[in-house]
Design a protein around this ligand. Structure first.
Ligand code: SAM
Length: 192
């Protein structure tokens, strides 16, 4: 409950960066990590962990040798997730800086990137800067998973984001809708 209040507070204070009133559901988290190549990944990056719903699903699936890097813009969320998952590396930075943060962990690329970012709330320039950061960090064949809310899919920013996915990935697949999420959402599973 405390985490839901923190999330709501952040939505009121930073509506565009937070992009949602409530954290995602465990069902959506499970759908995000399915088919993301996470079981075999040596390096996994999570963008915008928030209160850590996807982080938990990721931590339950990765191997003990896998390097995890979480990048969260809001200091309070980054501190909360670091406290909840002391074995994982979470930095308080922007998703625009994936490669720079991987270098600090002696990695040049990530096999899988899981994004909790509210892409449809970003302007064109920020969408492009973060997408460049994602594609620079992924090798050919690397996996990228991100979600979108069903009700928002026809909004111009969401359509622009979908076009950006098609431009940057050789395969983009849509999951079934996860109805047990507030609001209902689906996942884009992408391969570079
Ligand atoms: C819709 S919330 C999702 C949080 C969590 N993954 C979930 O699904 O419940 C978006 C998250 O992305 C973070 N965020 C927004 N812009 C960001 C950026 N440029 N870099 C890193 N994190 C960002 C927000 O602070 C927030 O935690």
């Amino acid at each position: 409950m405390k985490e839901s209040f923190l999330f709501l507070y952040n939505f009121i204070r930073y509506p565009f960066a937070t992009g949602a009133v409530l954290p995602s559901s465990r069902r959506l988290a499970a759908r995000m990590v399915d088919d993301s190549g996470i079981d075999a990944a040596k390096t996994v990056v999570e963008l915008g962990p928030g209160t850590g719903v996807f982080t938990r699903a990721i931590s339950e699936r990765i191997g003990s040798e896998t390097v995890y890097l979480g990048i969260e813009l809001r200091e309070k969320f980054a501190a909360l997730v670091s406290e909840k998952f002391p074995g994982l590396c979470i930095v308080n930075d922007s998703a625009e800086n994936i490669v720079e943060n991987l270098a600090k962990l002696d990695r040049t690329e990530a096999d899988t990137i899981i994004s909790g970012l509210p892409w449809a709330a970003f302007d064109t320039d920020l969408q492009k800067r973060i997408m460049t950061s994602v594609t620079e960090a992924l090798p050919p064949g690397g996996k990228f998973a991100t979600f979108t809310y069903l009700h928002a899919v026809r909004l111009p920013a969401a359509r622009r984001f979908r076009a950006l996915l098609d431009e940057n990935f050789s395969e983009v697949r849509e999951s079934k809708t996860v109805w047990r999420n507030m609001p209902p959402a689906f996942v884009y599973h992408c391969t570079k």
